[in-house]
Write a protein that binds this ligand. Structure first.
Ligand code: GTP
Ligand code: K
Ligand code: MG
Length: 432
């Protein structure tokens, strides 16, 4: 019999209300001990909440969700206490002293929901993303995943794969090996190609999904003293980076998270690019370049409006050129100008960046948003490609379809999941 787990599932104390959640076989016993009797399922019930020795710890709401129709699939209870530190400490102390009860590990409620078949792995990932979501686009995407959109899609694909295999296997039973009726093999070929195309569409949308989830990375590059750190501070509206008139002030990479029109952006300040300087600065410059290599956008800042050097252009990352310190010089045509002394110009730049980010990340929330999901789906696509060759023996086609199905099984967590489970659920917070 599994342990009964409990945790403070709501946020930091003190708070108006604190929700302590329990799941497992001892839940009924705990509820009866504390509230005197089991309340009606799924109905909030006000009750004195007592410790094992009968003393009242708090007066609060209690909810009881009998398994298997609960979040975890087991008996679950929620105690809504007053969110004082002493109240919660006393209640958790009472629970911890009961036999068979222990504090939940990070993500353990969700893990039980998965293990009891209440949700699949993509829904569990969606729940984790929903809790981590900081922007509107992240919330929408996570909610779609948590609501089962990817699971439904993957199940549909799996059913179709099974149908296709059934066709092929029926065929193997009834005909000589090299004598597959043309119309049937044609039908199967079309079915495989359609599946592959649908999966490929989701994979390419997934590049957007991963950016929405992780944030679009914008790296600020330019010569020393171009005003990079000043602009980063102005865009973030906080003094994140040190600004001085000494060239070579910034050495470490500095990351700032921005919410631009509901999209997460990671803005990275870097050391000014130049030859020479001391070892510390040289290392800073090396890190800045390396970071820019993987960026989604480079903001190239220069107070004269000069273009970036060839080695920056050669990175192949889109570049937005900006002339800085526009308050000091006249208008220069062709290059957008900004001055941190002129808030309107900073706001205009924010608008421009927001439009740029929205044009890249906007649209319906993609299903794929993690490397793990991308990896599983890529394997399925590769297997389908291998099944599409002309004049392949039916056994080879069937075997590749089976492999594609296995890849989808790994995606939803039907098979081969032990090695990924730990890494997925350990990123959750305790109480989820
Ligand atoms: N007049 C004016 N001065 C600015 C503007 N932006 C930055 N500066 C000044 O330019 C100097 C350099 O600014 P920083 O933001 O430190 O420049 P940086 O590119 O981060 O410099 P490094 O980190 O050393 O590469 C500071 O004295 C800033 O006050 C601007 O828009 N107008
Ligand atoms: K500087
Ligand atoms: Mg700087």
């Amino acid at each position: 019999m599994s342990d009964t787990i409990f945790a403070l599932s709501s946020g930091a104390l003190p708070s108006g209300i604190a929700v302590v959640r329990l799941s497992g076989p001892a839940v009924r016993f705990v509820v009866e001990t504390s509230a005197g009797k089991l309340p009606k399922p799924r109905q909030a019930t006000l009750s004195a909440l007592r410790a094992g020795d009968g003393r009242v710890i708090d007066q609060g709401l209690l909810l009881f969700f009998p398994g298997p129709a609960s979040f975890t699939g087991e008996d679950v209870a929620e105690f809504h206490l007053h969110g004082g530190r002493a109240v919660v400490a006393a209640f958790l102390g009472f629970l911890g002293d009961l036999p068979g009860l222990r504090l939940a590990e990070a993500g353990e409620f969700t893990r039980r929901a998965f293990e009891n078949g209440r949700i699949d792995l993509t829904e569990a990932e969606g729940l984790g993303d929903l809790i981590a979501a900081e922007t509107e686009a992240q919330r929408r995407q996570a909610l779609r995943l948590a609501g089962g959109a990817f699971r439904e899609r993957a199940e549909d694909w799996r059913r179709r794969l099974i149908d296709l295999r059934a066709h092929i296997e029926a065929d193997l039973d009834f005909s000589d090996e090299d004598d597959v009726p043309d119309d049937l093999s044609h039908e199967v070929g079309v079915g495989i190609a359609n599946l592959r195309k649908e999966m490929e569409r989701e994979l390419s949308a997934g590049q957007r999904g991963e950016r929405v989830r992780d944030g679009l990375e914008v790296v600020v590059l330019g010569p020393p003293n171009a005003g990079k750190s000043s602009l980063v501070n102005a865009l973030a509206e906080r003094e994140v980076a040190i600004v001085t008139d000494i060239p070579g002030t910034t050495r470490d990479l500095l990351e700032v998270r921005l919410d631009l029109g509901g999209y997460a952006v990671l803005l990275v300040d870097t050391a000014g690019l130049r030859e020479g300087g001391d070892v510390i600065e040289a290392e800073g410059i090396r890190r800045g370049r390396a970071r820019a290599t993987a960026a989604d956008l480079i903001l190239w800042l220069d107070e004269n409006g000069n273009a970036p050097p060839q080695d920056v252009l050669a990175l192949g990352v889109p570049v937005m050129r900006l002339r800085t310190k526009a308050d000091l010089a006249g208008i220069s045509e062709g290059v957008k100008a900004v001055s941190v002394r002129d808030r309107t110009s900073v706001d205009r730049l924010l608008d421009l960046l927001t439009r740029e980010v929205a044009s890249r990340l906007g649209g319906e929330s993609p299903l794929v948003s993690r490397a793990r999901q991308r990896d599983c789906l890529s394997r399925a696509v590769a297997a389908l490609r291998n099944a599409e060759g002309k004049a392949l023996p039916a056994e080879v086609v069937a075997d590749n379809l089976r492999q594609a199905g296995d890849a989808l099984g790994r995606l939803t967590g039907r098979i081969d999941i032990e090695e990924v489970l730990g890494s997925i659920f350990s990123t959750f917070c305790i109480g989820k």
